[in-house]
Each structure stands twice: as C-alpha cells, then as structure tokens.
Design a protein around this ligand. Structure first.
Ligand code: ADP
Ligand code: 5GP
Length: 198
C-alpha cells in the first residue's frame, strides 16, 4: 500500500516556514517526519547537525549529487541546498508524512519527480513585514539579507502562477496561519492515524 502523501512547504526566506513546521511536528509527533536537507551554509545558533540540516562542504555535497544521491538541489543565496533520496526514504520507511522545506527551484524540480506531494506556499503579508521579520531574526549578514530579499521578490512573483500550489497561506497572525496549515493537512493526518489503528 502506498504511504501518506508528502508535503512540500515553500515560500520566501523569513515567511515563517520553520516556525509553522516546528509547531506541526510538535503537535503531531509520530505523524510527520522532517526531510533533513543538506546545505553548505553554516549552522545558525541553536541549529543541530542532522536535525535541522546535514551541514556539509560544497565538495562533499557536489560529489553526492554527482553520485545521483539527491532528488533535487539548488543554489540559494550563495549556498547549496538539496534533498537526498535517503532523507525522504528515512521518513517514508516509518510511514510518516514526509515534510520537505524547499525553495522555489526545489518546487519546480520536485514537480518533475514521482513524489506527488501536497504543495503549500507560506507567504508573508508584505515585503515590508518580511524584511522586518528577517532583520529581527538576526541571523543574516547585511549581504545575505539583501540576497534573501531579492530572492523573495522573485519567489513572490513566481508564486502568482495559477495552479502551482494546492494551498497558499498568508502568515500574518501566526495562530491563524497555523490553523490554516493544520486544516489543510487534517485529512492526511487522519489517514496516518487510521493506518496506525488498523
Ligand atoms: P522561514 O523558515 O520561512 O525562513 P522563520 O520561521 O524563521 O521563517 O520566521 C522568520 C522570523 O519571523 C522568525 O524570527 C519568526 O519567529 C518570525 N515569525 C514567523 N511567523 C511570524 C508571525 N506570524 N508574526 C510575527 N513573527 C513571525
Ligand atoms: P535557510 O538558509 O533560511 O534555512 O533556507 C534558505 C532557503 O533554502 C529556504 O527557502 C528553504 O526553503 C530552502 N531550502 C532548504 N532546504 C532545501 C532543499 O533541500 N532544497 C531546496 N531546493 N531548497 C531548500
């Protein structure tokens, strides 16, 4: 029997993907599993290797990509990011809903695969709010902040393409955004819970 459908979460850096995802993983422990991506960027304070990302050098990552170990990979804001086949298999082998957090290039690549996920876009209420949130997060250098804002402008433009996403959530008030995310996934959540009981 096919396992539950994966979920792809995307949206500009700073839109609130990690914040919403953390809540979802906490509330539904044993239902969702996070696909741990690889990246060449440095860990932020509090991030853990193997939990938030697999932190690797560009050489190691490129070699793994060349070996065909990745479903997709992309260059974002001066660093490489990618989803390994092993990361997704690790979650799916436990019959959990696999959640991927990827940028727009990742979405386009995944659309060409057999993964068949639910595509959810998390959008900020405005560019001004996005910039404020990114600044207040205090994780980016001046240069990185500008690169992310530029990528966000492109992302928000492409996101208008009709049919690209199954669900679009504007993350204005966190509680409302979380309720929408939760609501969009309740059917899949129920399927996992039913399968557990069967
Ligand atoms: P992403 O994972 O999309 O890059 P984050 O989850 O890190 O974004 O959120 C960016 C910043 O905005 C974080 O500091 C987070 O605490 C804050 N944030 C997220 N959602 C909201 C919200 N609805 N209202 C206010 N601040 C928020
Ligand atoms: P951050 O550095 O803020 O953690 O992530 C930057 C961007 O990279 C975000 O838009 C995030 O969704 C994206 N990202 C994280 N992991 C992957 C991945 O495996 N593949 C792709 N294509 N993008 C990713």
């Amino acid at each position: 029997m096919a396992g539950p459908r994966p979920v792809v979460l995307t949206g500009p850096s700073g839109a609130g993907k990690s914040t919403l995802l953390k809540r979802l993983l906490q509330e539904f422990d044993g239902v969702f599993g996070f696909s741990v991506s690889h990246t060449t960027r440095k860990p932020r304070p509090g991030e853990q290797d193997g939990k938030d990302y697999h932190y690797v050098s560009r050489e190691v990552m490129q070699a793994s990509i060349n070996q065909g170990e990745f479903i997709e990979s992309a260059e974002f804001s001066g660093n490489m990011y990618g989803t390994s086949k092993a990361a997704v298999q690790e979650v799916q082998s436990q019959n959990l809903i696999c959640v991927l957090d990827v940028d727009m290039q990742g979405v386009k690549s995944i659309k060409r695969t057999e993964l068949n996920p639910i595509y959810i876009s998390i959008q900020p209420p405005s560019m001004e709010v996005l910039e404020q949130r990114l600044r207040e997060r205090k994780t980016e250098s001046v240069e990185s902040l500008q690169k992310r804002l530029q990528a966000a402008r492109v992302d928000m433009e492409i996101s208008k393409e009709p049919g690209l996403f199954d669900v679009v959530i504007i993350n204005d008030h966190l509680e409302d955004a979380y309720e929408k995310l939760r609501g969009a996934l309740l059917l899949e959540i129920q399927k996992v819970k039913d399968a557990e009981r069967a």
